[in-house]
Design a protein around this ligand. Structure first.
Ligand SMILES: [Zn+2]
Length: 158
């Protein structure tokens, strides 16, 4: 097992990418910036404070280098806490409960042609809200889904 490198953040070394956790970030020549060879995101570095900030994401994602690994630093005013987690769960549960409760209160006539529809609609409501929640999480963390799947397919066929 290869030992992880232990050195401070500088433009002379390359590091594993804190965003996709798959690629390597290297210094862009003649610029005070890093770029990832996998997710292709750009980063600026604060070498004094050992900070790396993604510059091409919607939120200013920042990590601190502790000589072997990255630690995520939450930007000021943006913090994903318990309140957001509870809101996300309510976003999925509440509409599903409303639709499911309505079909429970007003069940279709037994044997009617569309008696399957209330259950189908409850499942569609759950899935659509759940997919929205996952999409928001992927957007927040800027996870490169398409590039990740391509790399997984490449490595499984070679
Ligand atoms: Zn990357």
């Amino acid at each position: 097992m290869e030992q992880p490198p232990s050195h401070s953040l500088s433009y002379n070394h390359d590091y594993h990418c804190p965003l996709c956790r798959r690629g390597r970030i290297t210094n862009l020549s003649m610029m005070e910036a890093f770029s990832c060879n996998f997710c292709e995101h750009l980063f600026t570095a604060d070498l004094d404070r050992q900070l790396l900030t993604a510059v091409d994401t919607q939120l200013p994602l920042t990590w601190q280098w502790n000589r072997t690994n990255w630690t995520r630093i939450n930007p000021e005013g943006v913090k994903i806490g318990w309140s957001y987690l509870i809101l996300g769960i309510l976003w999925v549960i509440l509409p599903t409960a409303i639709v499911g409760f309505a079909s429970y209160l007003f069940p279709p006539l037994p044997g009617s042609g569309l008696s399957w529809f209330p259950l189908f609609w409850t499942i569609v409501t759950f899935l659509s809200h759940f997919i929205c929640l996952i999409w928001l999480l992927l957007e927040y963390y800027q996870f490169p889904v398409r590039l990740y799947l391509q790399a997984v397919l490449r490595s499984s066929f070679s």
